[in-house]
Design a protein around this ligand. Structure first.
Ligand SMILES: Nc1ncnc2c1ncn2[C@@H]1O[C@H](COP(=O)(O)OP(=O)(O)OP(=O)(O)O)[C@@H](O)[C@H]1O
Length: 212
């Protein structure tokens, strides 16, 4: 049996003296998609940011490939892709420029590959239009094009279905399953009724529970 990519042990997080979660333990195995769910304000984004290393207001333990994440910070950051709930797109830059910026510090990707990724998210013909002239869903698609050129095994995705139409939702669902089938792992927060075969769940809020 393969070892977990990421393990959370007794995570606890408080915000403004309000306990969001405690005794939260789960393992993220290769080949899995896990949905983090729960009502508004229960800590889904906070948990995802803690897992991504973007929030340090927590206690407990996080293990990356069986060892403390802090010991392998570089390897963790290189192998993890985080997309936040805001698309993070610069309005004055074009989709090509934004996608290039999203790849910065990772690896060099040719313009052909970037164009193909944008076309893959339905943005053919919009490659060189300033993003401020695109719709909310199109701007989200610029960020989602990042998934089409991602080689990171662990994806942490916050509300990636927001503003996306039905065909786009289906395409993203397929991408998540594909990443899992390739031996990666995906954690995704969403209010969209995501139902994938074999999907794991982390439920926050009053009915805190884990099926991982
Ligand atoms: N920067 C912050 N400072 C203090 N409290 C915060 C901060 N960000 C979020 N919170 C609080 O933490 C709690 C959890 O917020 P979080 O965004 O993680 O919830 P969520 O489950 O993702 O919500 P939603 O479903 O609305 O996106 C909320 O009560 C929120 O007010």
């Amino acid at each position: 049996m393969s070892e977990p990519l990421l393990q959370a042990v007794n995570l606890e997080c408080e915000r403004d003296e309000r306990l969001l979660f405690q005794n939260l333990s789960f393992s993220v195995m290769p080949g899995t998609v896990t949905r983090i769910e729960g009502p508004n304000g229960t800590g889904k984004t906070t948990l995802l940011r803690i897992l991504a290393g973007l929030n340090d207001a927590w206690s407990g333990e996080l293990l990356w490939c069986g060892e403390p994440r802090a010991w392998h910070r570089e390897s963790f950051l290189r192998n993890m892709l985080y997309l936040g709930h805001r698309p993070g797109i610069k309005p004055l830059l074009t989709p090509m420029e934004n996608l290039r910026a999203l790849m910065a510090g990772r690896r060099t990707v040719s313009d052909d590959i970037l164009s193909q990724a944008l076309a893959g998210t339905g943005l053919a013909g919009f490659e060189n239009v300033p993003c401020r002239n695109l719709s909310a869903g199109q701007q989200r698609r610029v960020a989602l094009a990042r998934l089409l050129i991602a080689d990171e095994p662990l994806w942490l995705l916050d509300e990636v279905f927001t503003a996306i139409d039905a065909d786009g939702v289906k395409a993203i669902e397929e991408l998540l399953q594909q990443r899992a089938a390739e031996g990666g792992a995906v954690l995704v927060t969403t209010h969209h009724d995501l139902q994938l075969p074999g999907m794991k769940r982390i439920t926050l809020g009053g009915g805190q529970s884990y099926e991982c």
